[in-house]
Every structure is written in C-alpha cells, then in structure tokens.
Design a protein around this ligand. Structure first.
Ligand code: PBG
Length: 329
C-alpha cells in the first residue's frame, strides 16, 4: 500500500471526529408533529395502527403541545375530526370546529410552537373524498376540482383567522394554491405562508392515517387526483407550478419511498422543501420495533437523517416527540 492511499476511515475513528465532519443532522426544530383534534373534553382515543398517537379534544391537545414545545419540536399540524359530515365538507370551514378552536387555544397557551393547519375536505365529506363530487361528462363520478377550490380557500381563511401561522393544502386540486393565496391576501392574511403538498402520491402508506382521521374514501380511490407513484418528472412540474402560484414551501409525500423525488424537487426550486414521513412509514417501524425485529431509535434516526440528506428542510413526522426527546439526551 502506498502512503498516498485514500483512507476514509481516518475521519471515522472517534465520535468527536465523526461529529466534526458530519454533513447532515436532524434537530428538533426541523420537525412538525401531526395531531388529530376532535370535539368534547378530556378525550384521548388511541389510534390502533399508530402506537403513541391519539385523537384528542382541545384541552388534551394543549397538553400535548406543551410537551412538544418543552422538547423543542418546531411545530404541529392539525387535522380535524368533525362531529358531522356532509357531501361538501362544510365543517372544514367551521370557525367553531375542532381545528379552529384548537388553533386558538394553542396560540393562547403555547406560543412559539409553529401552528400549521392542514387544508383538505376528506375528513369532512361523508364520502371521504377530498372535495364535492360530480358526474363527469364521460360518466365517472369524480371530485369536482373547480367547486372544491373555493371551499379550500374558505377553510384556509378560517384557519388563518383562528391563528394558523401556516396553511397546508393537501387535496391535490389544480389551482388551489393561487386561490388560497388570493383569498388570504384579500382577507388580511398576506403574511400567512402556504406549504403546498405539491407532490402528493396516491400511496398505500396512508392507510393508518385514514383510520386516525376517519377519512377513508367510501368508494373508489384517490388516483384521479393524487399522483401516480411512478412519476418523478411530474413531481418536479407540480412543485414548480405551486411555487409560481405562490407556495412558500413545497412538500413531497410520502418521504422514505420518494427520497429521489425530494432530491429532484430540492434541486429544481429554491424555496424550502418539506417531506411528510407518513402514517404507514411510522406504523411499519413501530410494528417491527414492537416485535423486537428492529432497534427503534436507530432505525428512526437513520430514516429521518436520510430524509434530510435527500434535501428536506422540514420533516412532518409522527416520531417528532420521541426524536426530540432522544436528541435532548
Ligand atoms: C388528507 C391527508 C392525508 C394525509 C395527510 N393529509 C390522507 C390522504 O390523502 O388520504 C396522509 C397522512 C399520513 O398518512 O400520515 N388529504
């Protein structure tokens, strides 16, 4: 061996050396915890396929937020479980609904935790699709894009009024970012950023969430509006279009099966990129860890580090609280 041989191991010899040259890391402030908020008081209903996650009433939500804040988690994203559903998803824009009440309570009691509101109608429609339906001229029943968009804009406005610091449309309707931007601007919320779920794939990894949010479609699937998992180029186009329409951050979802998409979007746009480490990704690691088949802490930290390495600035993840706790030492 010659003296000039490359020895990669030189910089791997001690923890201090590795730390000094590390390229990527996860900090609690990068993380956003999804929370499911329902009506009532003192409610905490554990979600079967998502150990550690529950549907909670507003009072319990505030307790959870206090804990997240204490661990240094960056923010939360709220999903609502309404009392009543209808074909249009009217309850999404209810100023007295669980999301609006939750936002107000968190703003008052746990300032400093960035408050995101997910904007979608699927938790609020009685058929579970992401907007009102129509009969297409060709005969299919489909989500009516252009009737859905103003309803999303109205919901976004209600959440901003209630204290959302970020609104995050997850519906995949065309033109919704521009419509939400226009509505927020005209209603005194020009300073409220939009995180667009730009590349949201029609994924099998959303299963546990749909039980948690009671939003499984009653018929059919979401492939008519969410993206085909086979398409990377199209994801870049969706992200560019959302930036043009006024998105402040673009999101890729799911995360782990789409690391290449996160990287491509990162290189194509210059706004921050978020990635959503979804319910099925969470459930898979939890289940393996519960059986003793994986070391949970190692697998979770490695997964989130990989999502950051792929190019995500922000990670929405159900692991947020435990990761922040581990990182605190
Ligand atoms: C609502 C929405 C979904 C998720 C986030 N927002 C479900 C879906 O599109 O069916 C999934 C989140 C997860 O699985 O963790 N449209």
């Amino acid at each position: 061996m010659t003296a000039s041989m490359y020895r990669g191991r030189r910089l791997r010899r001690t923890d201090a050396l590795r730390t000094m040259v590390r390229e990527t890391w996860v900090a609690p402030g990068h993380l956003v915890a999804p929370l499911f908020v329902c009506g009532g008081e003192g409610v905490r209903r554990p979600i079967d396929a998502m150990p550690g996650c529950s549907q909670v009433s507003v009072d319990e939500l505030v307790n959870d937020c206090r804990e997240l804040k204490a661990f240094g988690v960056g923010g939360i994203i709220l999903f609502g479980i309404p009392d009543d559903k209808d074909p249009q998803g009217d309850a999404a824009a209810d100023p007295d609904g669980p999301v609006a009440r939750g936002l107000k309570a968190i703003a008052a009691e746990v300032p400093g935790l960035v408050r995101w509101a997910d904007v979608c109608l699927c938790e609020y429609t009685d058929h579970g699709h992401c907007g009102p339906l129509r009969q297409a001229p060709t005969g299919e029943t489909e989500v009516d894009n252009d009737r859905t968009v103003p309803l999303l804009a109205q919901a976004a406005r209600v959440y901003a009024d209630a204290g959302a610091e970020i609104v995050a449309p997850s519906d995949m309707m065309d033109g919704r970012v521009a419509a939400i931007r226009a509505q927020l601007d005209s209603e005194g919320h020009a300073e409220t950023p939009i995180v667009a779920y730009s590349a949201k794939f029609a994924s099998a990894f959303y299963g546990p969430f749909r039980d948690a949010a009671e939003s499984a479609p009653a018929f059919g699937d979401r492939r008519g509006y969410q993206m085909d998992p086979a398409n990377g180029r199209e994801a870049v186009r969706e992200a560019r279009i959302d930036v043009d329409e006024g998105a402040d951050v673009v999101m890729v979802k799911p995360a782990l099966p789409y690391l290449d998409v996160i990287r491509r979007v990162r290189e194509a746009v210059d706004v921050p990129v978020a990635a959503y480490n979804v319910s099925g990704e969470y459930a898979a690691l939890k289940a393996a860890a519960e059986r003793g088949w994986l070391d949970e802490r190692g697998a979770v930290l490695e997964s989130l580090t990989a999502i950051r390495r792929a190019g995500a600035d922000v990670i929405v993840t159900y692991h947020a609280k435990e990761v922040a706790r581990w990182l605190q030492g």
